[in-house]
Write a protein that binds this ligand. Structure first.
Ligand code: ATP
Ligand code: MG
Length: 356
């Protein structure tokens, strides 16, 4: 059965990096991967063309796809749009919500070839390999009621932090299963000493634990987790947490690797359909110059093959090709050492294809 992949290039460096990832997809097709690849606009590009950051046509194609590959959205051109619902970022939030992408997988992996790029001491980060599992469609970013209103003569802002048992359980299962496939250690991050919603979170994680007897479950308060992540990051294997804590911790974990241009991500729903995208943003400062590192997006294709298309062997081939080009010393500017020669976005794509 031919499966459908939708590519959403988006804004800034998005079109440049997805172009290289699409070449890798085409190479997989040449190896027998039976997929149909289409493209659609999203974000600021879609707003400019059709007046909406998530046009109906794009949403319909995304719903019909087995997997979506997204570049990045946003940029200074749209930051001042009065109508917030038209901002590029709303296109991304809309896609997550509409596709029910509740499970966000963000690996923080240090490539040994890039160990010097990390801002931390080499012995702290050598061999770092963490998987952060972040709940993506609930928590304080989506809770009702929310707003800014007048109370007793001054304005107050408020949001509501809500999780149901069912929401906690489904993200918990994703994390336990991930831990089973990896180092069998799961750390659940909450603030159960202060927030009732995370007391429930902790309770549900504990309740699931006996079903995964091979996984060692631990708990950490988010403030301590932030400290531990910087102090001794290698103690973590899989981390599971809510939407906001996950947002912050996964950015911190990404920076530990020193290479934002190298990190892919996956967002999955209950039927295994997924959206795949680099962890970084649209990098407007370098857009259109051929400077962007396409490896995070290429590695997102590998995650897509593994998690939505059931093609782990092809995923491994892509990851091996990336390892090979790093071994060969190819570097885009973001991962090059000072004074080291760097290659362009498309030259990096060429090299990955040659190594594939
Ligand atoms: P967002 O708000 O969309 O999460 P951001 O504006 O916080 O994103 P990025 O767009 O990720 O941040 O850019 C942060 C910095 O990292 C910029 O200097 C950018 O040029 C650089 N950067 C991001 N992605 C890449 C990449 N693929 N290759 C090279 N440099 C990158
Ligand atoms: Mg930004």
């Amino acid at each position: 059965m031919t499966r459908k992949i939708l590519v959403l290039p988006g804004d800034g460096i998005g079109p440049e990096i997805t172009a290289q990832a699409s070449r890798v997809l085409a190479a997989c097709q040449a190896q027998g991967l039976d997929v149909e690849v289409a493209e659609a606009p999203v974000g600021g590009a879609a707003y400019d063309a059709e007046g909406s950051p998530l046009p109906e046509g794009t949403l319909a194609k995304a719903r019909a796809a087995d997997a979506v590959l997204l570049g990045a959205v946003g940029g200074p051109k749209w930051d001042k749009l009065e109508d917030i619902s038209k901002r590029p970022e709303k296109g991304l939030l809309g896609l997550r919500k509409e596709l029910g992408l509740f499970g966000n997988l963000r690996p923080a992996l240090l490539y040994p070839q890039l160990a010097e790029a990390s801002s931390l001491k080499p012995e702290l980060v050598a061999g770092l390999d963490i998987m952060i599992v972040r709940e993506l469609t609930g928590g304080i970013y989506f809770g009702q009621p929310r707003g800014i209103e007048e109370r007793d003569g001054q304005r107050v802002g408020y949001n509501t932090y809500v999780y149901s048992e069912a929401e906690i359980e489904r993200i918990g299962r994703v994390a336990f299963e991930m831990a089973q496939k990896r180092g069998k250690k799961l750390c659940s991050v909450d603030k159960a000493n202060v927030l009732e919603v995370t007391m429930l979170w902790r309770e549900v994680m504990e309740r699931l634990a006996p079903e995964y007897p091979d996984v060692a479950l631990s708990h950490m308060y988010v403030d301590n987790a932030a400290m531990q992540l910087v102090r001794a990051p290698k103690q973590f294997d899989v981390v599971v947490t809510g939407n906001m804590f996950g947002d912050i911790l996964s950015d911190a974990a990404a920076m530990l690797t020193g290479s934002i241009g190298m990190l892919p991500s996956a967002s999955l729903n209950e039927s295994g359909q997924g959206m795949y995208e680099p962890c970084h943003g649209s990098a407007p400062d370098i857009a259109g110059q051929g400077l962007a590192n396409p490896l995070a997006t290429i590695l997102s294709v590998a995650m897509m093959l593994r998690y939505s298309l059931g093609e782990p062997a092809l995923a491994e081939r892509i990851e091996a090709a990336v390892g090979k080009v790093l071994d060969d010393g190819l570097r885009t500017a973001d991962i090059a050492a000072e004074g080291e020669r760097s290659v362009s976005t498309s030259e990096m794509g060429d090299a990955v294809l040659a190594a594939f």
